[in-house]
Design a protein around this ligand. Structure first.
Ligand code: NAD
Ligand code: MG
Length: 390
């Protein structure tokens, strides 16, 4: 029996994680859950999984949450302190880090400092503060299991192999909804078009990141830290069917890949149950039913965000944190209808151009760089809207 605390249990990854937990009550139990805005769902999860602790992002929501679960015995906390208490709740053997964005950093670090293994979905953790987190993981001797499907695929493909025998990691990307859209039409795509991901069902922010391919850029940076592989050995292939979830190439010319029906329950379950495997209900793969598997090189003119991520990784230090912050602001502005699809990349690039990369020595400094990136992007965004910079 493994005891889990889930940070971000009301999100797409959180809900899929709880489906796996519900299907295996003999293997997993819940110690703590956290959420932000969707208090009704958090209340339902508390009733079903009976955690001893639950936390909400805003302490002002504690009373409303309490009113939704009359008579339920559960400690309710709020704010960063509450999220950290959930991440370190006594008895927790593994934390599922599934908060979206930079808000996930501090509670994830708290879990690691408490010596608790982490199933990591929150890619922003390694994107913004990869060197600090990997140092923390080593110092506290905890295990970090990737939840992101590409990194789970790499993790499964390097089992039993030596890092020095790897010549390349190839992350696959679906190409999102705009892989085939004529470039001149990209200026008119709508929010709905961008949210219409062909293969994966995910939260809104990551769905837009998939459309721009910033998601793959973030994953390249994530892979650099998780697998201790330099940027020049990490490639990206567009693979529209999302059947091969990523591959590893070795010095002898062999390539090992992991395949499966695209469903996040598979990589989540592997992170939870490693080294064992548990049933997930994911549809088994029948390759004979598929029309074919195809692969393309990504076009950086179509997907400038991918190029920006490689640039940020190359410049290093505070640049990836600033890029990530600018991306969060840009995606939010796009989803609010304040900027166009093509302005997402423009806004990120202008923010990066305005930044002088500097070394980050602590998570507080990462959060400062994040804050700088957000406020600078926010300011540039207002000039884009008025057209002064466009
Ligand atoms: P989501 O938007 O569906 O859920 C996010 C969760 O974080 C929710 O529980 C929400 O309540 C919580 N949250 C949001 N803002 C918060 C804040 N300020 N403080 C505390 N909690 C907050 O997102 P998701 O799609 O489940 O993604 C979660 C993370 O996993 C992201 O970092 C994403 O990049 C990564 N990821 C997701 C997928 C996927 O398929 N959804 C795949 C790979 C990686
Ligand atoms: Mg992914």
């Amino acid at each position: 029996m493994k005891s889990l605390s889930i940070l971000g249990s009301t999100g797409s990854i959180g809900v899929s994680t709880l489906e796996i937990v519900a299907a295996h009550p003999d293997k997993f139990r819940i110690i703590a859950l956290t959420g932000a805005k969707n208090l009704e769902l958090l209340a339902r999860q508390i009733r079903q999984f009976r955690p001893k602790l639950a936390a909400v992002a805003d302490p002002a929501d504690i009373t409303r949450l309490r009113d939704l679960i009359p008579g339920q015995e559960v400690e309710l906390l709020g704010g960063t302190e509450g999220l950290c208490a959930a991440a370190t709740a006594s008895g927790t053997q593994m934390v599922v880090a599934a908060i979206v964005g930079a808000a996930g950093l501090v509670p994830t670090a708290a879990a690691i400092r408490a010596g608790i293994d982490v199933a990591l979905a929150n890619k922003e953790t390694l994107v913004t503060a990869g060197h600090l987190f990997m140092e923390l993981v080593q110092r506290h001797k905890v295990k970090l299991y990737p939840v992101d499907s590409e990194h789970s695929a790499v993790f499964q493909s390097i089992e039993g192999h030596r890092n020095l025998d790897i010549t390349k990691i190839i992350l696959t990307a679906s190409g999102g909804p705009f892989h085939n859209t004529p470039i001149e039409k990209l200026q008119n795509v709508t929010i709905q078009d961008a949210l219409n991901h062909p293969n994966w069902s995910m939260g809104r922010k990551i769905t837009i990141d998939s459309a721009t391919m910033m998601n793959k850029g973030l994953e390249v940076i994530e892979a650099r830290w998780l697998f201790d592989i330099p940027a020049e050995k990490i490639g990206v292939n567009i693979h529209p069917q999302s059947i091969i979830h990523s591959m590893v190439e070795y010095i002898d010319g062999c390539v090992i890949a992991q395949l499966g029906t695209p469903d996040m329950k598979a990589p989540i379950a592997y992170a939870l149950s490693y080294p064992e495997r548990v049933s997930t209900g994911v549809k088994p793969l029948d390759l004979t039913e598929l029309a074919g598997l195809t692969f393309f090189k990504p076009d950086l003119e179509r997907f400038p965000c991918l190029g920006l991520a490689y640039r940020a990784l190359g410049e290093g230090e505070s640049m990836p944190a600033v890029m990530n912050a600018a991306n969060e602001i840009a995606v939010e502005a796009f989803l609010d209808g304040r900027i166009s699809y093509l302005q997402i990349a423009q806004l990120i690039e202008k923010t990066m151009d305005a930044h002088q990369a500097h070394r980050l020595n602590s998570i507080e400094e990462v959060l400062e760089a994040d804050h700088w990136g957000r406020s600078t992007a926010y300011h540039i965004c207002s000039t884009l809207q008025t057209g002064r910079h466009s």
